[in-house]
Design a protein around this ligand. Structure first.
Ligand SMILES: NC(=O)c1ccc[n+]([C@@H]2O[C@H](COP(=O)([O-])OP(=O)(O)OC[C@H]3O[C@@H](n4cnc5c(N)ncnc54)[C@H](OP(=O)(O)O)[C@@H]3O)[C@@H](O)[C@H]2O)c1
Length: 312
């Protein structure tokens, strides 16, 4: 297994997802904060060394747990995701980042990542001002993008060039919009590493039992989720997975212990389910359907838009 290199750091091809950690409902289920911290530490001990923090998850609780987990792993590559949340101005966004640094006990991050929705909130000039401030004050040396469309990618690249090292996007068995729109290809041409979120679509892809995934899982003696993670790895992506359960962490890490043949990779590449892409919105998380669906919601609404019986 080859590691993934970002800015000279060798990274395990699976990263630490954090959506869902710190939620109140877990306490009601008897899962304590300490249990969640231990899960993250288990994953870090197994070699996972890429993490990203979003202050909006569980009202900041996910970041607090992440901070506890990674303090014993100071070499973890840390990305901060600037997401609008309650921030209305550039100053608010900077304040939000400072809060993150304080919780994490760090003076800087490896990558300062900006969501496409930040442009919706701050405008293009405001977002550029925010990024320039971060670089000027040396809070990060590199820039990450999150859910950028092709126009945004090209525009921001024309300004920040090689400082852009990663792009966090959704790419999975059903949702291949970033590939269809040429965003993945363009990112590769620009030398940008893709970080995948919802590669497993929160286990919902496996539950659909797509024939090719079932067939390959039998052929390789692996789970469908392992086939998906292995495929994403073969495509050169680093996939963020959130897993609180130890058996899930082990299963995901072990997904890299075998190799899919190139013919089978091609079969998955060629097996994208056919469905009509709804109108997309790239800048407003809360946009109404008439203004397009925010692109990051695609993976969550897919099963409602296309129930199993309509496509299988
Ligand atoms: N930038 C964005 O717009 C954006 C959007 C969504 C997510 N993200 C990031 O990407 C990360 C990953 O996405 P996600 O958490 O939404 O979805 P995900 O990683 O595809 O799925 C997480 C869910 O799948 C379960 N799971 C994990 N491994 C499994 C396995 N081997 N078999 C069965 N179930 C398994 C987990 O259960 P347990 O926890 O019970 O183990 C959890 O409920 C997030 O945590 C977040 O950091 C970014």
């Amino acid at each position: 297994m080859n590691s993934i290199n970002i800015s000279g750091k060798e990274l395990f091809p699976i990263g630490l997802g954090s959506f869902g950690f710190g939620e109140e409902i877990l306490k009601e289920k008897g899962i304590t904060d300490q249990d969640q911290i231990e899960s993250m530490k288990y994953a870090l001990n197994k070699g996972i060394n890429y993490a990203v923090g979003y202050m909006t998850y569980a009202n900041g609780n996910a970041v607090k747990l992440l901070a506890q987990a990674i303090k014993e792993f100071p070499d973890t590559y840390l990305t901060f995701c600037a997401y609008p949340g309650k921030s209305q101005t550039v100053e608010d966004a900077i304040e939000n980042f400072f809060e993150f640094l304080e919780i994490m006990g760090r003076k800087e991050v490896d990558t300062f990542m900006v969501s496409s929705t930040m442009e919706g909130r701050l405008g293009r000039e405001g977002l550029i001002q925010l990024i320039e401030y971060i670089f000027e004050k040396r809070y990060a040396k590199t820039l990450g993008l999150n859910n950028f469309n092709l126009e945004q990618l090209n525009y921001f690249h024309s300004i920040f060039k090689d400082k852009i090292v990663l792009h966090e996007i959704c790419h999975n068995f059903e949702i291949r919009v970033y590939e269809e729109l040429g965003i993945i290809q363009r990112g590769k041409e620009l030398g940008i590493q893709h970080i995948i979120y919802q590669g497993l679509r929160r286990n919902r892809t496996a539950l659909r039992n797509w024939p090719i995934l079932v067939e390959l899982s039998q052929k390789y003696g692996a789970t469908q989720n392992q086939i998906i993670l292995n495929w994403l790895y073969d495509l050169g992506h680093l996939t963020l997975v959130k897993a609180g359960q130890i058996n899930h962490i082990d299963e995901n890490i072990n997904s890299l212990s075998f190799s899919l043949s190139q013919e089978d990779i091609k079969l998955i590449n060629d097996s994208a389910p056919l469905w009509d892409l709804p109108l997309l919105n790239w800048q407003n998380f809360d946009s109404e359907r008439d203004d397009g669906l925010y692109v990051a919601k695609l993976s969550n609404v897919f099963d409602d838009l296309y129930p199993a019986t309509s496509l299988n």
